[in-house]
Design a protein around this ligand. Structure first.
Ligand code: SF4
Length: 247
């Protein structure tokens, strides 16, 4: 069976690659493959672009097993990578044990997981680490950041990490989550069940549901949030708070 994706997916990925200068010929790219739907789609889409000569880069995948129960079975992930001709590495960690006690478990978990992935990428000589964050993730992060940390920010499509000298790239930046779900029948892989006990109980889930609820009432809510996270939009903010002792 010839593996393929509808044209619009490649177009959106290549648009992100061009616009944000994500990928250059000769890159060694490590894909963060959690076993879930988004990273499976990213790995599949990039592997096809490499296979058909569109992206002249080297690709490999890494899975960081967080250590939640039941353990993630690496065999289907390995089989998928074999089918794509992509080298696969599975790293076991005790991150679950460390974060289960934490109040802010997700922030800490993501921090530890990213650290492990960055370290592995640097040790193995990869210059890019591709993550499967999509457009909805960026918009949700933008709103979460305002609501929960009082900062107007989101993650960037491309970030250079000084410490590991690896560049994190997000080639799915222009894809909506429902577009990825719609593409799953093309991907010869059954996404692994999420074994994290906090899945669905996160701030992100609350914000996702809030955006969906507001967008159901007013279709402009999501596009307006997406516009607001772009640099160059009108910004009118109060001056900084006075320092202590001035009043
Ligand atoms: S939902 Fe679970 S796996 Fe995801 S960041 Fe939070 S603790 Fe980690």
């Amino acid at each position: 069976m010839r593996l393929s994706l509808p044209k619009k997916y490649n177009q959106k990925i290549l648009r992100a690659c061009r616009e944000f200068e994500l990928i250059a010929p000769g890159d060694r790219i490590l894909v963060g493959f959690s076993g879930g739907k988004d990273s499976a789609f990213l790995l599949f889409a990039l592997a096809l672009l490499v296979k058909y000569g569109v992206l002249p880069v080297e690709l490999a995948a890494v899975t960081i097993d967080l250590g939640f129960e039941p353990p993630l079975d690496p065999r289907p992930l390995q089989q998928f990578c074999d089918q794509l001709g992509v080298e696969f590495t599975y790293l076991s960690t005790q991150i679950a044990r460390v974060v289960e006690e934490e109040k802010e478990h997700c922030a800490y978990c993501a921090h530890l997981r990213r650290g492990r992935m960055n370290r592995f990428a640097a040790e193995q000589g990869f210059n890019k680490l591709a993550l499967a964050h999509h457009h909805d993730d960026a918009v949700e992060t933008f709103l979460m950041s305002i609501i929960y940390s009082g900062q107007i920010r989101t993650f960037l499509p491309k970030t250079y990490l000084d410490r590991s000298q690896v560049t994190v790239i997000r080639p799915l930046a222009y894809l909506r989550e429902q577009e990825i779900v719609a593409a799953l029948p093309y991907v010869p892989y059954q996404p692994a069940a999420n074994n994290c006990p906090f899945a669905g109980l996160t701030y992100r889930q609350k914000v996702k549901e809030l955006i969906a609820e507001l967008t159901a009432e007013n279709e402009w809510v999501y596009p307006n949030l997406a516009k607001a996270m772009r640099a160059g939009r009108p910004v009118e903010l109060w001056p900084p708070e006075w320092e202590r002792g001035r009043d």
